[in-house]
Each structure stands twice: as structure tokens, then as C-alpha cells.
Design a protein around this ligand. Structure first.
Ligand code: 13P
Length: 257
């Protein structure tokens, strides 16, 4: 498997943090720190109401903008929802789906995650599909069984042309916001397993072209080792994406690949 066939993508997930007025100063600081790289795409997935401010400020710094969630519905009487068409119309290129926080606090099922991914693909937006096991599942030796189930469910009815546009993010739940990162070996093992699932479903050529990220307490210190793994093509970063210096340091770590 060769990394030259796929994009490296470092995506920040701001979760429910920051405000629209904080965007400009943040981007100015980030821009000063970001390395010039042609091999890595830098993305910030921000709350919906912050997207327009991020699109304005981020353009100059070549930051791709992503959402954090989307409705499975096309349009209509769904109070509070934001559609893929609305995101596309703004110029959003990425959107997270199936984050473990949405699965846990909003009872999102694998079936719903699949529907949301399809809604995004229909509007030319790259879904960043999150999968990851709980600590209990890991301790019971069920990690790969569960990840296999999640990946297959999320990609149900997604064809070859569509999967090319998808990013899979492996985020072990026990590593999110805990400061407890998966070791490079643990993260590589699962990301390699995810690529094997893609190979089985779509063939080797396609599997080698899909970007697979690791997420879960990735920071300026551990990014280089994680990103050096053969099947880890980027990161989905929570806490460290709120600090321009730390986030830029993770982008810099990709240049070492
Ligand atoms: P942390 O980097 O804060 O652990 O969050 C990871 C995450 O959930 C990104 O989606």
C-alpha cells in the first residue's frame, strides 16, 4: 500500500467551541504558523453558524471548511436541521458524520450514519465517517469485529465512485478527549484493518486511494509517530485544533512522512 495514491488530510473538529468572532484572529495566528505544503489538506470542521465566518477567513489560508453534522433529509419540515444542499451552497467541502459524541448523545445509529453519508455524497461533500470502539469492546477483544460492522454499515449502498470521495476516521472512543492516545501500533493495526475491509468490498486499487485518519488525543507531540504509520493518512483533531500553534504543528508533522 502506497501513500502516494491518497490525500493526507488533517481536519480539526472544533465541536461546540469558539464563536464566529473568534475565527479571524484564530486564522491569522494559524496562517503565520502553517507550513507551505502541497501534500496535506488542512480542514476545520466547525459549528454550522460559524461556517460562513470560516469560509471568509479560511480562504486566504487555504483552509478547507467542514460541517460537523448534516440532516439525512433533502429538505422540508425538519426544524433545527441543516441539509447537505445548504452546506454545498455555502461552499462546504467536508462534513463529519457518525462522530461517537453524536452516536452517544443523539442516539445515532449506523443506519442513520449511512443515510447522512449518502446525503452528503449526493451534494458533492466528502463525508468524514467516524468509527471507533469503546474501551469495553477493546478489552473484550472485539475491536476489529465492531469496526468491521461499523465500516460496512456506514458504506452500505455506497458505490466505487462514491467511496473514492469518502474519508474514514478511526477514533477509539476511549482516546477522545482523555489524553489517552492509542499507540501508533494500535492505531495502525485498526487503520490497516479498515483498508482490508475496503479492499474486500471495492478492490485493492480503490482501497489504496481512500484516506483513513486517526483521531483521539492527537497532539503536537504524538502526531509525527502516528502519521508515519503506513495506513494512517491524516488526523481528526479535537482539543489541539483549538490552539493555532498546536494544530499547525500537527500539519507540520505530515511533512515528515
Ligand atoms: P480530541 O483530539 O480532543 O481527543 O478529540 C478527538 C475527536 O473527537 C475529533 O473528532
Amino acid at each position: 500500500m502506497n501513500k502516494k495514491y491518497r490525500k493526507t488530510v488533517i481536519a480539526g473538529n472544533w465541536k461546540m467551541n469558539m464563536t464566529a468572532s473568534a475565527v479571524k484572529p484564530f486564522i491569522e495566528e494559524l496562517k503565520a504558523e502553517l507550513p507551505k505544503t502541497k501534500t496535506c489538506e488542512t480542514v476545520l470542521c466547525v459549528p454550522g453558524v460559524i461556517i460562513p465566518a470560516m469560509l471568509r477567513s479560511g480562504k486566504d489560508a487555504k483552509i478547507g471548511v467542514g460541517g460537523q453534522d448534516v440532516s439525512k433529509y433533502e429538505k422540508g419540515a425538519y426544524t433545527g436541521e441543516v441539509s447537505a444542499e445548504m452546506l454545498e451552497d455555502l461552499g462546504v467541502k467536508y462534513c463529519i458524520v457518525g462522530h461517537s459524541e453524536r452516536r452517544e448523545y443523539h442516539n445515532e445509529s449506523d443506519f442513520l450514519v449511512n443515510e447522512k453519508a449518502k446525503a452528503l455524497l449526493a451534494h458533492n461533500i466528502t463525508p468524514i465517517i467516524c468509527v471507533g470502539e469503546s474501551l469495553e469492546q477493546r478489552e473484550m477483544g472485539l475491536t476489529m469485529d465492531y469496526i468491521t460492522y461499523q465500516v460496512k454499515a456506514a458504506l452500505s449502498d455506497i458505490n466505487e465512485a462514491q467511496v473514492r470521495k469518502c474519508i474514514i476516521a478511526y477514533e477509539p472512543i476511549w482516546a477522545i478527549g482523555t489524553g489517552k492516545t492509542a499507540t501508533a501500533e494500535q492505531a495502525q493495526e485498526v487503520c490497516k484493518g479498515i483498508r482490508a475491509i475496503l479492499r474486500e468490498k471495492y478492490g485493492a486499487r480503490l482501497a489504496r486511494s481512500v484516506t483513513i485518519q486517526y483521531g483521539g488525543s492527537m497532539n503536537a507531540k504524538n502526531a509525527e509517530e502516528l502519521l508515519a504509520q503506513p495506513d494512517i493518512d491524516g488526523g481528526l483533531i479535537g482539543g489541539a485544533s483549538l490552539k493555532p500553534k498546536d494544530f499547525a504543528a500537527i500539519v507540520k508533522a505530515t511533512a515528515q512522512e
